[in-house]
Design a protein around this ligand. Structure first.
Ligand SMILES: NC(=O)c1ccc[n+]([C@@H]2O[C@H](COP(=O)([O-])OP(=O)(O)OC[C@H]3O[C@@H](n4cnc5c(N)ncnc54)[C@H](O)[C@@H]3O)[C@@H](O)[C@H]2O)c1
Length: 283
């Protein structure tokens, strides 16, 4: 027998199932009577994400299709993005998320989007004294304004269906933890947390939910690049490792598992929250 949050499921629209009012029945259908997974956890969901060419975005795109989603994977780096071409379930598109016309064109291509995952971000190294106005503006543009543009372009489509799920990439380096040499980066990620809660609060009654993900140190190409860019890369690597209480960095795949949960109906009652995945770094 199927169970739903409100005791009925027969007349539920797709929108109601995907939004906060999701019934347990959909999960049970997906898992089958025995409780084993018979279908993907994201079957039929249309997911658009940014920064999918490498790192966490790429790992998330692959995890989403593995669970049955139809994914539009975007990135500014067309060459790297091509590596995802030909993977069943993935469509790629070069998009600079700081360009309003490109973001709006991307939104126009989609009649319906279940999940929007804003991943793109840039790490500026330094304290306020190392941060020129141009660094400040560039970081806030890539890390915060891009999410404003993406949400503004995609929200109306979600509202029309009374259903939508937005995931934003924040960081533990934010309002959660003060981190040395991450002045504008932490400021931008704290803004992402505030932005996330604002969207969650404003649209909760219209079937929209919005959460953010706050990783600690994730072993990605850009992290390796930042280590190499230090005057003493060997020491920089040791410093990164020294702050890992678990003795290792997080993998992009581990962050992707959390994102699958947030993108799925399993998290239908979860909104306006920051999800920390930092191996206890903040403790
Ligand atoms: N790696 C970490 O330790 C870590 C920790 C916490 C949070 N994060 C956040 O996770 C996100 C992804 O980080 P990562 O380390 O996996 O990424 P990465 O730096 O390895 O990859 C970032 C991707 O973003 C793309 N990109 C950059 N500017 C863009 C733009 N204007 N438009 C579209 N795409 C653009 C790049 O081409 C690249 O493919 C970022 O928001 C980052 O701040 C990362």
């Amino acid at each position: 027998m199927r169970t739903s949050c409100s005791g009925t499921n027969s007349s539920r629209s797709r929108g109601q199932r995907d939004g906060l009012s999701c019934s347990l029945s959909q999960l049970e259908i997906n898992r089958g009577c025995s409780g084993r997974s018979t279908m993907g956890r994201l079957d039929g969901k249309v997911i658009v994400l940014s920064a999918a060419a490498q790192g966490i975005g790429r790992a998330a795109a692959l995890a989403f299709v593995k669970e049955g989603a139809q994914v539009t994977a975007t990135d500014i780096n067309g060459e790297k993005l091509k590596e995802l071409d030909g993977i069943p379930g993935i469509k790629t598109k070069v998009v600079d998320v700081t360009k309003r016309d490109q973001v709006e064109a991307l939104a126009k291509e989609h009649d319906h989007v279940d999940v929007l995952f804003n991943v793109a971000g840039f790490v500026h190294h330094g304290s306020i004294l190392d941060c020129e106005e141009s660094d400040w503006d560039f970081t806030m543009n890539v890390n915060v304004r891009s999410m404003y543009l993406m949400c503004k372009a995609f929200l109306p489509k979600m509202l029309a269906k009374k259903s939508g799920n937005i995931i934003n990439m924040a960081s533990v380096a934010s309002s959660i933890k003060g981190v040395v040499n991450r002045c504008v980066y932490s400021t931008s990620k704290a803004a992402v947390i505030g932005f996330t809660k604002s969207i969650a609060a404003d649209f909760i009654e219209q079937g929209i939910r919005c959460n953010c993900v706050c990783p600690g140190t994730v072993d990605t190409p850009s992290l390796r690049g930042r280590i190499q860019a230090q005057p003493d890369p060997e020491q920089a690597y040791k410093d990164f490792m020294a702050r890992q209480k678990t003795g290792r960095m997080c993998t992009a795949e581990e962050v992707a598992y959390l994102c699958v949960y947030l993108a799925s109906d399993e998290s239908a009652y979860v909104t306006g929250t920051e999800h920390i995945i930092d191996g206890g770094w903040r403790l």
